[in-house]
Design a protein around this ligand. Structure first.
Ligand SMILES: [Zn+2]
Ligand SMILES: [Zn+2]
Length: 56
């Protein structure tokens, strides 16, 4: 029984809803750089993250 390390993991930043790449805690350097900041919105630039508050 083997365990894969490639399982997707959510970005460690609270405000971010993106998935981080395998082996990474954050989806982007933006999130890593701003991890200490408290923000309600994420601006990492990934589709579906920054605009999640937009209702059709
Ligand atoms: Zn994000
Ligand atoms: Zn992120």
């Amino acid at each position: 029984m083997t365990t894969t390390n490639a399982a997707p993991v959510k970005c460690a930043r609270m405000a971010c809803t993106c998935m981080a790449p395998p082996g990474k805690k954050y989806c982007s350097t933006h999130c890593e750089d701003t991890k200490s900041l408290t923000a309600l919105a994420c601006h990492c630039g990934h589709y579906g993250c920054d605009e999640k508050a937009v209702a059709a």
